[in-house]
Design a binder for this molecule. Structure first.
Ligand code: PBG
Length: 321
């Protein structure tokens, strides 16, 4: 076996998996207001962008060969309420961001997250019923409106991350009815109720400074389940998803592989905030080699079967390829 490992040249001939800049999707945070971009403490190198710095960052993505970004708004606490009604305010920062990026970087694909958690004061992805549980159908209705508004603003792809039942079909029908036949749906199909989302909730302030942890197990998946992920993928596919996602990525490589085997659709994997924070933290302590660990973590996700990877490392990795 060692003959095929003898030199860098031979190793590169037999290498089965490689990362490309085009595989990577950069998640970005934006908030209203000017001034300096606001660093996210638990995610070194990640900021909450102003509209101006967001556009600058998107120009940089184009330069390093990243073809897509996923945009998440960080909403001021005073604008949040139980219904998340600011999500539907045409003047909110998300819609401005989509419009400005589309205008400045028309060839960059914009993926807009469809969920209410940035806008609700309780931090859940949907509307609550009298018992405080997230109500499925009224939430789907609100998400459908949000997705159409995102398409109107210029999103190329909408990505429901809420895990409600039936939302993909409802969004597809609404997009078509509004004339957005070309707007794609990237379904967060297998999204687990994961502890790895902690730094993200800090970034979009959806934990709302509360000390008790947000419990999303009533709609996000149980980390112990595999078959259920395939069931979710099958349903989203039947409902009209154009691409399906597994999230988180690194701790769920078996799920990525299983989904890759079961669907013909493109498969995305989301290397989430906690995966990013982990690598940074260990590197900062001097316990892991930063770049080598970062690159290996992404290669492993690709090898498991992901066609594309949402990762906070996107720009810097693309620049290094
Ligand atoms: C919310 C959403 C979350 C992420 C993306 N969209 C967090 C959650 O479900 O609480 C997590 C992304 C990350 O951790 O990087 N709809």
């Amino acid at each position: 076996m060692r003959r095929n490992r003898a030199t860098p040249a031979v190793r590169s001939l037999v290498r089965e998996t490689a990362l490309r800049a085009e595989d990577l999707i950069q998640p970005l945070f934006v908030c209203a207001g000017d001034g300096e971009p606001d660093p996210v403490d638990s995610m070194p190198g990640v900021v909450r962008h102003t509209l101006e710095s967001l556009v600058e960052k998107c120009r940089h993505l184009e330069q390093v060969g990243v073809r897509a970004m996923a945009i998440f708004p960080c909403i001021e606490r005073s604008m949040k309420n139980p219904e998340g009604s600011h999500a539907h305010d045409s003047g909110n920062v998300l819609f401005s961001a989509i419009r400005e990026v589309k205008e400045a970087c028309p060839s960059l694909a914009i993926i807009a997250d469809v969920a209410l958690d940035p806008y609700t004061d309780h931090g859940h992805d949907g509307l609550l019923d009298v018992r405080g549980e997230v109500e499925n159908d009224s939430t789907v209705e609100a998400l459908t409106m949000l997705a159409v508004a995102q398409a109107e603003a210029g999103a190329d792809i909408v990505a429901p991350s809420d895990m409600m039942d039936g939302r993909v079909k409802a969004i597809r029908l609404a997009l078509d009815a509004a004339g957005f036949h070309r707007t794609g749906i990237l379904a967060y199909a297998a999204k687990y109720a994961s502890a790895y989302y902690g730094p993200f909730r800090d970034a979009v302030k959806s934990d709302n400074g509360k000390s008790d942890k947000l419990d999303k197990r009533g709609y996000q998946m149980d980390p112990g389940n595999v078959r259920e992920a395939l069931h979710e993928v099958q349903l989203d596919e039947e409902e009209g998803a154009d691409m399906v996602m597994v999230k988180p990525a690194g701790p769920y490589l078996d799920i990525i592989r299983a989904v890759r085997t079961h669907t013909l659709l493109p498969v995305a994997a989301y290397q989430v905030s906690g995966e990013y924070a982990q690598i940074h933290a260990a590197a900062r302590l001097g316990w892991l080699d930063y770049e080598a660990t970062r690159d290996e973590s992404l290669l492993a996700i690709k090898r498991a079967g992901a066609d594309m990877i949402l990762t906070y490392f996107a720009a810097e990795v693309a620049a290094s390829l």
